[in-house]
Design a protein around this ligand. Sequence first.
Ligand SMILES: *Cc1c(COP(=O)(O)O)cnc(C)c1O
Length: 351
Amino acid sequence: MSRFWSDVVHTLTPYVPGEQPKMDRLVKLNTNESPYGPSPRVIDAVRDAASEDLRRYPDPNADALKQCLATYHGLEPAQVFVGNGSDEVLAHAFMGLLKHDKPLLFPDITYSFYPVYCGLYDIAHRLVPLNEHFEIDPADYTGEAGAVIFPNPNAPTGRLMPLEAVEQILKAQPDVVVLVDEAYIDYGGQSAVGLLAEHPNLLITRTFSKSRALAGLRVGYALGSAELVEGLERVKNSFNSYPLGRPAQAGAIASVEDEPWFRDSCQRVIDSREHLTGALERMGFEVLPSAANFIFARHPAHPGADLAAALRERAIIVRHFKLPRIDAFLRITVGTDDECDALIQALGDIL
Ligand SMILES: *Cc1c(COP(=O)(O)O)cnc(C)c1O
């Protein structure tokens, strides 16, 4: 507390990001980063961008990157918004598109940044409980709403909603923005991009941090009708005209241009996820079906907090949320097969 803070700062409960320990030789399975490096073409592009030109501001509109993403998704450049990580894109969406008199609806168990933005921007909201299988039930999203947001697959559960269920929510709420956060859609889910043509109220956010192995570059984007994108641009240009530096714009384009690397690294993560899921189930864990690069699992006999602490003693870090309904679970990022095997072995010892 400080007398120098504004009133709003006193009320904030900031997001707590997963730990980024400064130690080497840790098996780090706590923040859903890719276990593989980015495409070598990205590293070359970022290196090439580290030139004399850095003295100049980057393109404030990132036109080349928007064009590249538009082509990739079969959309117009005016339907693409880019930002400094999808967290920044989400922040602008909360302020510019999701804040209304009626409450914003989102699941009770979901990405824990959503309630933080509601606090920052003073957004009325209502938590909609997941069903007993930790699924989003579209029938629960029919009430009065100023807007709706959910990740698909959801985090930290990893559970995927079929596209028909997403469309059911869009149809139930045609007059408000429905934001689908597709941070993990590349690990086996079907994107809602195909629904954009028919639903001008749909906004989709994506990130380069997970499936494109570029968490350190900070690039995220949104796809939606030109009307929604213009709203985001108005917020962005009232906040920071240059959210993406030259290396980030160049690296992101190179990433989109290397489709084989992208497909291969997603498939490797999917294969390791299935292997890890099977091994944990054989040890007595209940593992929720995951369509993400992490799994959400609980053991009937061992509290999540105890398991997380015991793993940490063995230099393996996973994420545990001390929250109602999910206190028993661990969220475990899918690592390389060697990292998954180290985890399986450590859990064998602990149990
Ligand atoms: C990781 C994550 C993000 C944020 O990603 P950045 O692009 O790194 O800011 C957004 N939404 C969900 C659900 C995530 O898990």
